[in-house]
Structure formats: C-alpha cells, structure tokens
Design a protein around this ligand. Structure first.
Ligand code: SAM
Length: 273
C-alpha cells in the first residue's frame, strides 16, 4: 500500500491541514471541476427533499454546492475521518448560510464506524476512492448506507494519467513519482470500479469520462502542483531543493506559455437494486 497524505490529515502539521483544506475548497470551485460535479448532481435526479450522505467529504465543499441548489429542502450529510476537516466544514457551512440543510459526522468510510444506521437516498464518493487502502470497503459502506433503489455516485481521477509538465522531463518524472507514492494510495482505482460494482450487484445508470487539460496557461494544475508538492516535501517524500526547482520550472513554463497539464476524471452513477 502506498502512503497517502489524505489517510491521516489530523496527523499533519496545522499549517499543512489548513493548506490542504483551502486547496480542496478552491479546487472544487474551479469552473472545469465544478462542471463535472454539477453534471453528476443532475444525473442523480433526486427529489428536492432527498437525504444525501457523502463519505470522505473533507471540507464539505461538494455538500455546500448541493445545498445551494435551487429548491433543495433535504439534508446533505458531510462525513470524514478528519475531525479538523469536519470542523472546517461546519464553519464554512455557517458562513455560507447552508448549515440548516447540512449535518456533519466524523466517520470511517472503510468500516462504516460513525456513519449510523440511516439509509440515504444517495451516497456520494467524491475523490475518496483513490486515497484509501480499501476502496472495496468504502463501496460496501456506501451500499449499506443507501436505501433500495437509491443512488451511489462515484467521482475520481485516474492519477496514473496525471501529467504536470514543466518541460524538464527528468525533473517532472522524479516529482510525479514522489507525488504518486505519497499523495495517492490507489492511482488506478477508477479502472476497477466497474468490477467492484458488479460484485456488489449495482446497476450502472451513467458513466461520464472527462479529460481536464491546460496548455500554455495554468490555473488548476499549478494550484495542484503547489499544494501537493509542499505537503510531499513536508512528509519527507521529496527533497526540498528538488520540489522548489520543479515549482520554479513550472512557473517559468507558465510565463513562457510552454506549460502542459492533464488528468482524466470519471463519474459513475449506480442504482442499488
Ligand atoms: C481528496 S480528499 C476529498 C474531499 C472531498 N470529497 C472533496 O472532494 O473536496 C479525500 C478525503 O478523504 C478523507 N478520508 C481518507 N480516508 C478516509 C476514511 N477511511 N474514511 C473517511 N474519510 C477518509 C480525507 O480525510 C479527505 O478529506
């Protein structure tokens, strides 16, 4: 099993927790990312008063977006292993005026501990499967927390397909392998979702592949590079000088418009029989 910075966020230094929380929040509000989320919100086709559970919900940024949808009168439950992120999520929900449509739980998505007995109209797994040692356990938790006929939405990247290119190929490959070792436990998990779902008797309703890419200028991938590189350095997965040289090379690539970044993302929407 590879290490993963998201497997024990509460064990990170406070400044790294804050940086990751801010990054998660900013990422999901970027237009390309927000569109993928809004597209599957629509595909889930839930009633206005639906009760929804997200496993590994982090700062609750996906839940706040759902709670702001026109006419939503149900409840979006934000659950995560990290107590620090749940606190951040509660504060943000109050600041943004959606706390009355949300609940918050510290819970383990792999074992179901802390989730409770309720069955939900929908369970969302948004960029959690690639960060856990036992993705099958997370899907099993999702199935038992979903009502018969309910929806399970799974969204994540194939991180083996992630490219962030400064133009210095040796440096890019050193950093990308350090990032994959330290920041992603399951870089290929989205290729396994169909077989995991078949074994759980889930009926697939939608499959949406999307390639997010930037050439020349960069907003999304530069932000990702900065956030992840700093944490990988702090975790000891990369020498500081190498990481800093890479970030400097990426800035130069953006300045001279030679930057390239891409990552494939996938959405699966399933129905529990
Ligand atoms: C990449 S973040 C995604 C957060 C959120 N879904 C989003 O898209 O902003 C992965 C999240 O999974 C959480 N996580 C990791 N292992 C977990 C587990 N076993 N149970 C619940 N949450 C877990 C981490 O604390 C982190 O918040």
């Amino acid at each position: 099993m590879a290490n993963d910075i998201f497997s024990n966020i509460d064990g990170l230094p406070t400044e790294n927790i804050q940086m990751l929380a801010d990054r998660l929040d900013t990422r999901s509000q970027m237009p390309g990312f927000a569109k993928m989320r809004d597209d599957y919100f629509g595909l889930m086709n839930l009633r206005p008063n639906a009760r929804i559970l997200e496993l590994g919900a982090g700062t609750g940024v996906i839940g706040r977006a759902y709670a702001k949808r026109e006419g939503f009168s149900g409840c979006y439950v934000v659950s995560d292993l990290s107590r620090s992120l749940i606190k951040y999520a509660e504060k943000k929900a109050s600041e943004e005026g959606v706390a009355d449509r949300m609940e918050f739980k510290v819970a383990n998505a792999m074992t179901g501990q802390g989730i409770g007995e309720e069955q939900y109209d929908a369970v969302i797994l948004h960029t959690i499967l690639s960060h856990v040692p036992d993705p099958d356990g997370v899907l099993r938790t999702a199935v038992s927390a979903t009502t018969n006929g309910g929806i399970i939405a799974v969204f994540d990247a194939d991180y083996e397909g992630l490219v962030i290119a400064s133009g210095d190929e040796d440096l890019d490959s050193t950093v990308m392998s350090a990032v994959q070792q330290t920041a992603c436990a399951q870089p290929r998990v989205m290729r396994k979702v169909p077989s995991l779902a078949v074994a759980l008797d889930l009926r697939r309703e939608h499959f949406v592949p999307t390639l997010l890419a930037e050439a020349g200028e960069s907003e999304f991938f530069m932000g990702l590079a900065q956030a992840v590189c700093n944490v990988v350095i702090a975790q000891g997965g990369l020498h500081r000088e190498t990481g800093e040289a890479w970030l400097a090379a990426l800035k130069t690539a953006v300045a001279n418009r030679s930057f390239f970044g891409m990552c494939p993302y996938f959405t699966y929407v399933y129905r529990k029989a």
